[in-house]
Design a protein around this ligand. Structure first.
Ligand SMILES: NC(=O)c1ccc[n+]([C@@H]2O[C@H](COP(=O)([O-])OP(=O)(O)OC[C@H]3O[C@@H](n4cnc5c(N)ncnc54)[C@H](OP(=O)(O)O)[C@@H]3O)[C@@H](O)[C@H]2O)c1
Length: 279
């Protein structure tokens, strides 16, 4: 039995689907487990990662945990996981960790989470993905309103990754072992600018979309309206100051899964309906 946290989200949801497709028993954890309809082999459960005591009862019979980073008491959470006798944890971390930059709030919560896992005594693998392809779903409301897509940091290319590939790696790591004690840097097959991703979306949707880069000062103001300042500062460090380079294309997904990582065109075609529904 594998416990998947963040099960109603992009990454966790993909892990649940991957394990279910492999015929593995899965417990799918989030705070609102009823919000997704799963196959009958999936057991949806409610738990709050900020309250480790709510997780312990969900760990009975669990061999592996797909764990999200950044919750209030990661050492407490790991203590429950250890106490329950779980064999292995795959932590969803970040490509920002190797910077070691504790003054960057996003890097810092991933660094602290890795540290809690590393010192827990439970076998672990860290998954450090590039930017997710699913971030493009943020553009659905713009696509519903017209053919112009505005996006921040227009000059920043990223080897965006399909969460389905993170999931395929996570499932292999948790089920087959063989990657204990390794930090796996995961990327998609191509470095793409935001304008490239909009072009691909336009081709897939059969629409003549136009890309507009948001000037950095405006992007900072817009982000400040929707997230705490420490995270705005983190993204400025990553994408304006250039502290995070997510453009390298690495062979890790292919090496672990023995198949090619999925392209943004494949991802967009699979999610075309979500973009059309919003229009
Ligand atoms: N997006 C990127 O480009 C990117 C790149 C690298 C790394 N990452 C990392 O990947 C993580 C996951 O991204 P995602 O796109 O899958 O996130 P997401 O779609 O926002 O999903 C978050 C999931 O966590 C659950 N959750 C949130 N707070 C919880 C709590 N206190 N207790 C239990 N469950 C909780 C949510 O469900 P409920 O709300 O129903 O509980 C949901 O299932 C990010 O947080 C980040 O650390 C992201």
């Amino acid at each position: 039995m594998i416990l998947v946290t963040g099960a109603t989200g992009n990454a966790g949801g993909a892990v649940v689907r991957e394990l279910a497709e492999r015929g593995e028993p899965v417990r799918a954890l989030s705070r609102r487990p009823g919000s997704v309809a799963w196959p009958s082999t999936v057991e949806p459960v409610a738990g709050d990662l900020d309250r480790p005591e709510t997780i312990l009862p969900l760990l009975a019979g669990v061999d592996g945990v797909f764990l999200m980073s950044g919750y209030a008491d990661m050492p407490g959470l790991l203590a429950e996981i250890r106490r329950a006798g779980v064999a292995r944890v795959a932590l969803l971390s970040s490509a920002a960790v190797p910077s070691g930059d504790m003054s960057n709030a996003v890097a810092a919560y991933h660094i602290r989470s890795e540290e809690a896992v590393r010192s827990s005594g439970v076998a672990w693998t860290f998954l450090r993905p590039s930017m997710f392809m699913t971030n493009a779903l943020q553009w659905t409301s713009q696509l519903a309103a017209g053919d112009v897509v505005r996006a921040a940091f227009p000059g920043v290319a990223a080897a965006v990754i399909d969460p389905a590939d993170i999931a395929a790696v996570a499932a292999t790591v948790l089920l087959d072992g063989g990657y204990d004690g390794e930090a796996l840097r995961l990327t998609g097959p191509q470095a793409l600018l935001p304008a490239d991703r909009v072009r691909v979306l336009g081709e897939v949707l059969g629409r003549n979309l136009r890309f507009e880069g948001i000037p950095d000062a405006d992007a900072v103001a817009e982000m400040g309206a929707s997230m705490p300042q420490k995270y705005v500062d983190a993204f400025v460090k990553f994408y304006v100051d250039g502290d995070l380079d997510e453009s390298p294309v690495l062979p890790t997904v292919r090496e672990v899964t023995r198949r090619e990582p999925r392209t943004f065109t494949q991802w967009a075609a699979e999610h075309a309906e979500a973009f059309r529904r919003a229009s």
